[in-house]
Each structure stands twice: as C-alpha cells, then as structure tokens.
Design a protein around this ligand. Structure first.
Ligand code: FES
Length: 107
C-alpha cells in the first residue's frame, strides 16, 4: 500500500498508509492528520483540503483540472505554485512516498 508523508509548518511529518483507491485527503482523514478538513467530502467544492506538493514530487502529480484551478483561487489558504486540493490527488502506486506540505490553517 502506498504511503503519503504530511509535513506541517513546523517541519514535523506524519506518514500515513493510503487505502486502495483513496485520495490524499481521505488518507489524511483516516490518519487523523490535523490541517486537512475535507468539509465537502472530496467533491472539490470546499477548498479545505489545500496542500502543497513537495517540489521533488511536482512532476509526478498530474496538473489540476479546470474546476480545481478555480477552487484553488478561492481557498482561504493563499495559492502557491504547487497548490493542490488533496481530494483530487489519487494515491496510486506511482505516488508511493508522496510528500505534501500542510498549510498553517484551512480556515
Ligand atoms: Fe472539499 Fe477537497 S474536500 S475541496
């Protein structure tokens, strides 16, 4: 099972194992990662699962689609180059070991 590493703003990190077919957001919720809210349940409609993909993983993660691009401009957390909605990233075997950085707050 692939793992995802969540790094908070203090540099602490937690490694979580993703269930088959899970998104990064669901993986965070399953592991009780603080900093990911997931208010809309993964429909890309709330922006409370904003993360920053680590630079070393950026090329391996697909670009956001048009709907996600719009939501990323509307989230509480200011958008950065590697911003993604965690609910829109499926944890595939190719993303085993993915590193994402958490914002200070989602609200
Ligand atoms: Fe709502 Fe990701 S959980 S946008």
């Amino acid at each position: 099972m692939p793992t995802v590493h969540f790094v908070d703003t203090d540099g602490h990190h937690v490694t979580a194992v993703a269930a088959s077919g899970a998104s990064v957001m669901q993986t965070a919720l399953d592991a009780s990662i603080s900093g990911i809210v997931g208010e809309c349940g993964g429909y890309g409609a709330c922006g409370t699962c904003h993360v920053f993909v680590d630079d070393e993983w950026a090329a391996k993660v697909e670009d956001p689609d048009d709907g996600e691009q719009i939501m990323l401009d509307l989230t509480h957390v200011p958008r950065r180059a590697q911003s993604r909605l965690a609910c829109q990233i499926a944890v595939t075997p190719e993303l085993d070991g993915l590193v994402v950085h958490l914002p200070e707050s989602q609200r």
